[in-house]
Design a protein around this ligand. Sequence first.
Ligand code: IPM
Ligand code: MG
Length: 357
Amino acid sequence: MKSYNITLLKGDGIGPEIINEAVKVLNVTAEKYGFGVNYEEALLGGCAIDATGVPLPQETVDKCKSSDSVLLGAVGGPKWDTQPGSNRPEAGLLGIRGALGLFANLRPAVIFEPLKNASPLREDIIGEAMDIMIVRELTGGIYFGKRGNFEEDGIPAAYDTEKYNVNEIQRIGRVAFDMAMKRNKKLTSVDKANVLDSSRLWRKTMIELSSEYPEVELNHLYVDNCAMQLVRNPKQFDVIVTSNIFGDILSDEASMISGSIGMLASASLNSTKLGMYEPIHGSAPDIAGQGIANPLATILSVAMMLRYSLDESKAADAIENAVAEVLKTTRTPDIYTEGMKKVSTSEMGDAVCALIK
Ligand code: IPM
Ligand code: MG
């Protein structure tokens, strides 16, 4: 029997609760589709700072590198707000992305039919089925560029640097064009080429790359315009490709259109099959330990893992179908509406498992 080694990074806040439900679902799915899963846990974020003094211990990097895939809950919380920038939980997250070379971040923003009325946008704006794939560059740009604090004429000052080279732009561009080929063959590249040199290089490189993909319709939007277009007419988008910082911002915006940030999954990929999968929401320390967190984004992240890293697409379909089905009747408090059954985090996990079995 095929068997996969998965490293679990439960992280902080609601991380452990939602990962436990995702593991339950993965185990049931594995049994049904005939493969095995071995788990190993490692520390990332605030829990790693508490245990070892740093947010990303070397042991965590080693464990992740030697596994088939990584499943991450969420990191961070007010407890670690006083850490210096380079030792914050978030630095651990950026560190593991860098260490594993996870340059391509896929963030699907989809609306689940039963949650349509949870979207803050009017139904005529979101249309039949909003389905956008944001491809965010994840290991370059301003989040990884030179930064520092200094004094400018005796006044404290600080800087960060946005920088991309052509190779970095091409490799994320290829992921996005390939993705567009598998979808509706429409790609929007988002930049700020009216101001930034790095964006002008980004745009020029995307245009050059487009000659390799004659079937894909490529267009360009400035990031400020894109932010506006996302709420004006989200139906116009198929695949969006953009830099690390713009993708960070636009993916939060797109996720909200879908009604609840508690529903959306993400995949971070490198040039091998190894990927890291995580919900796009944070660690929600305010509700941690209460059993009310929504585990569906993490469960859907498991589906992405099965699809993109483990080539178990039937198992991935089964999880996605079960989530779509469960939403018709069963809700955690964040997406609860009248007439539905209100359930806890673990009851939601059980309900998804029951539909897969
Ligand atoms: C995300 C998060 C992270 C990011 C933070 C926690 C560093 O916002 O995954 O979008 O900015 O990449
Ligand atoms: Mg973000």
